[in-house]
Design a protein around this ligand. Structure first.
Ligand code: ADP
Length: 153
């Protein structure tokens, strides 16, 4: 059976931390679906269409990486799309505690799923999308933190 993983998140915007996790996971899976979670009550900083467009550009040369959006539970998305693995990055012990609880609940909701965690490389540990948004809001230069395909202007 094909090994398909989902890398779920908000990617608001995609950072070099996200990019690194996906690139490192490519050899592990037949296919990786980078899935932008859409919440009808919560609009992000960047429109979903923009986030998807950036992700598509970042991974355009990697045929096993697909970009999708989804609403609702990640495990329902997995069931519908034959996805057997949830891929997440672990930066800190706080990430671990957060991921442990959603990972265990997801496994209870959908026992066929396996959670796969990759440890962030040290240089990406301090990075997250909310820091990037803060830099942009305050007219700083966020380009060192996002893949080269992401252009803010
Ligand atoms: P969420 O909205 O759940 O925080 P994100 O879009 O921020 O989702 O992140 C999606 C995934 O990317 C998570 O598994 C998160 O741990 C991982 N991630 C976020 N930032 C980094 C980073 N700097 N290095 C490695 N992984 C990261």
């Amino acid at each position: 059976m094909e090994k398909i993983a989902v890398f779920p998140g908000s990617f608001d915007p995609v950072t070099i931390g996200h990019e690194s996790i996906v690139l490192r996971a490519i050899p592990l899976f037949d296919k990786i679906v980078v899935a932008v979670g859409v919440n009808a009550d919560k609009t992000g900083f960047f429109p979903v269409e923009k986030r998807v467009e950036w992700l598509k550009k970042v991974f355009e040369n990697y045929p096993s990486v697909e970009i999708k959006t989804y609403e609702g539970l990640t495990v329902d998305f997995c069931r519908k799309n034959n996805i057997g693995f949830i891929l997440r990055g672990l930066r800190t012990s706080a990430d671990f505690e957060f991921e442990r609880s959603i990972g265990q609940i997801n496994k209870q909701l959908y026992p066929e799923i396996e959670n796969v965690f990759l440890l962030t490389t040290p240089e990406h540990t301090a990075l997250n999308s909310s820091i990037v948004r803060d830099i942009i809001r305050n007219n700083g230069d966020a380009t060192p933190f996002v893949p080269k395909q992401v252009k803010f202007s």
